[in-house]
Design a protein around this ligand. Structure first.
Ligand SMILES: *Cc1c(COP(=O)(O)O)cnc(C)c1O
Length: 361
């Protein structure tokens, strides 16, 4: 596997302390520029919850029209970095304190009639998108966002006459699922853009395939499709998270022990899924490359299970993947730039946290 660019490999080889996260900011810059170009007139927001690292946000800033924040914490974080950035405030359960922030946001995504009533009760201005809970089949989606998110048609109908004064209805928001390909997203877009002439936020959820690290969501097809759907004067917006930042992150660590137990070969790595929980939550093998230690003989590849230092059988990065792994080798996990460090249970077992290195090119 040649999963990693030269500058990432060189940086990994220079590391003296493990584990570490490496962020390839030059690659992120290039990727975000390409996405921006493909999106054309469609507004591009970044969903901050995928990875709120300030250096990543600074790289994304010139390529995006704004940021989608899902809590008061994310709101304060991004506001602190970029006082002038447009923010869209979402999240399934907002406190009154969070709803007050709507006055300083470009948009607030309202999740229920009761939430809209509370917003109105605050007596502050707000530009509202109603979040829809759509009755659509999403075949092949990794994670469907039905359940508690957004509103069905009855709840939307209940909201519409409530708008008054400084709280204005702007349009609708729909974040359907995660792991969607361009044709599926365009199906959703066609339906919504036809019904809501002013403004539609089509959400994120663009597919990221961890089994195919070189493949990318078809941004060109999605952008062209949206351009064809858009009506004069209509605002279409997307807010991807994972598909923007997943590819720029690497979790780098080293092999502490290699052993065979009941016939299975295991490599025990420093660190674990308390730093990189993504493969556990998504149920995949995290793609990786082994950088062999100096002076060690070449060995044949054989199926090996890569685990971390946690005292739980769930602490697995990859299962029975063919590789040649020895104690002292460095292992570089790719696709660790989104829903990785920031969704992990960092303090379980009280191992030290990784270092973070940002590669500027
Ligand atoms: C998480 C989330 C996103 C981003 O989803 P990705 O799968 O990371 O692209 C966008 N919008 C909303 C409302 C979300 O909850």
């Amino acid at each position: 596997m040649s999963l990693i660019p030269g500058r990432v490999r060189e940086a990994a080889e220079r590391l003296t302390a493990f584990p570490a996260y490496l962020y390839d900011l030059a690659a992120l810059d290039e990727h975000a520029a390409a996405v921006r170009q493909a999106m054309g007139e469609t507004e591009l927001y970044y969903a901050v919850k995928a990875n709120p690292d300030p250096e990543l946000l600074r790289v994304l800033r010139p390529h995006v029209d704004g940021f989608e924040v899902s809590s008061g914490g994310e709101f304060a974080h991004v506001r602190g970095l970029f006082p002038d950035a447009r923010l869209a405030l979402g999240g399934p359960g907002k406190t009154d304190e969070e709803l007050r922030l709507a006055a300083g946001a470009h948009r607030v995504h309202v999740e229920s009639p009761a939430e809209l009533r509370r917003l109105l009760g605050l007596g502050r201005p707000a530009e509202v998108l109603l979040r829809l809970n759509l009755d659509l089949e999403v075949a092949g989606a990794a994670l469907a966002m039905s359940g508690p998110f957004g509103m069905d048609a009855d709840a939307v109908a209940e909201c519409r006459p409530l708008f008054a004064g400084q709280v204005r209805f702007r349009g609708v928001h729909a974040h359907l699922a995660s792991g969607l390909e361009a044709p599926q997203l365009l199906g959703l877009a066609a339906e919504l853009a036809g019904q809501h002439p002013k403004e539609v936020n089509l959400g994120g959820g663009m597919a990221v395939d961890y089994a195919a690290p070189d493949s990318r969501f078809d941004w060109a097809a999605y952008g062209a499709g949206l351009a064809a759907l858009r009506r004069p004067g209509q605002t279409l917006r997307v807010e991807p998270g994972r598909a923007l930042t997943a590819y720029c992150g690497y979790y780098v660590t080293r092999v502490l022990d290699v052993k065979r137990t009941r016939g299975e070969l295991y490599a025990i790595l420093q660190g674990g899924t308390h730093h990189l929980r993504t493969p556990v939550t998504k149920g995949h093998d995290q793609p990786f490359t082994v950088l062999p230690g100096r002076d060690r003989p070449d060995g044949p590849e054989e199926p090996v299970t890569l685990v971390g230092q946690l005292c739980t059988p769930k602490d697995v990065f990859a299962r029975r993947v063919p590789a040649s792994v020895r104690t002292g080798d460095v292992v570089v996990f790719a696709m660790a730039g989104a829903y990785a460090w920031n969704i992990s249970h960092h303090d379980f077992l009280m191992h030290p946290w990784p270092a973070f290195h940002h590669l500027f090119g």
